[in-house]
Design a protein around this ligand. Sequence first.
Ligand SMILES: NC(=O)c1ccc[n+]([C@@H]2O[C@H](COP(=O)([O-])OP(=O)(O)OC[C@H]3O[C@@H](n4cnc5c(N)ncnc54)[C@H](OP(=O)(O)O)[C@@H]3O)[C@@H](O)[C@H]2O)c1
Length: 324
Amino acid sequence: MKIVIPGGTGQVGAVLERALTAQGHDVVVLTRSPRGRQVRWDGSTLGDWAAQVDGSDVVINLAGRSVSCRYTKENLAAMMSSRVDSARVVGEAIAAAARPPRVWLQMSTATIYAHRFDAANDERDGVIGGHEPDVPGYWGYSVEIAKNWEAEQERAATPHTRKVALRTAMVMSPDRGGVFDVLSRLTRLGLGGPVAGGRQYVSWIHDRDFVRAVRFLIDREDLTGAVNLAAPGPLPQRELMRELRAVYKRQAEIGAFALRTDTELLLKSRRVVPGRLLESGFTFDHPTWRSAAMDLAARRRARGALTASPVNGRRPTSSNLARG
Ligand SMILES: NC(=O)c1ccc[n+]([C@@H]2O[C@H](COP(=O)([O-])OP(=O)(O)OC[C@H]3O[C@@H](n4cnc5c(N)ncnc54)[C@H](OP(=O)(O)O)[C@@H]3O)[C@@H](O)[C@H]2O)c1
């Protein structure tokens, strides 16, 4: 298959490009700064890049300004516009294509759901966020971004292309600079404890299950609309870190974070489960965090990360932690 991945140069794009290329597919990445085979686009206007979409089989749009930052007015505006504009222009390219792709997977986020502890959010009964009592008002903005992101895909007039919104939890891969790598470093430095009590749920998905779920959604012609991509076992942050300490054989420790990122990313309780995937017969290779963490730690070790220098030359901070 020819698979076009706008915004495929980041963490999630690397996971997908590697796996889909290894499976023999022709993967084309759209980026604002192309290298090698990558194709230039600007994420907001139609251009020559649209020829890549025409005749492709699948488009997976991942573009969006990183959310791992301080929520300044400027950053929030860029987080919104980069997502909405890129989804809109991908829709325009598909609509204009003589041979449109059969499916458009549009990245969304598990953050669209409400901050809650009492029950898990699936697609049918889950509560969309933005109206929770007792949370800072600005938390609602991330939900607004997610809603507008999805709305842009829904609005697109692409009658020959199936549309799926990927409400994705934190994608855990062994790659340098990814969330798992940073959590591992903190744990090994003795800083991998609970944050603010650690009651808040963390939803996550193992990278290979993420790729398998994407393949499943490409193949299943009957599935459209919003789908949660999260392992069935979200868990409170303090348990997530306890399991990681067990994997790395460390004692109980404090949670220490250089707070360069926004507190919502660390404190919001994201309790999200994969209702539609499970109902549709998808099975997870790593449904529990213990199994996922053991596998990821072994692969991370195999790539020699434990003796390597800091992530991209940066110190591990919470700003690398709070994706999705
Ligand atoms: N990582 C996760 O666990 C996770 C979970 C749920 C949802 N998501 C969402 O999935 C997407 C990919 O995640 P990621 O972790 O791979 O993010 P990432 O590493 O920050 O990569 C996102 C890509 O978006 C592109 N981009 C950034 N600003 C842009 C703009 N203004 N216009 C057009 N393109 C822009 C960048 O590509 P170029 O600079 O090369 O153009 C970048 O490589 C993001 O939208 C993220 O919010 C991620």
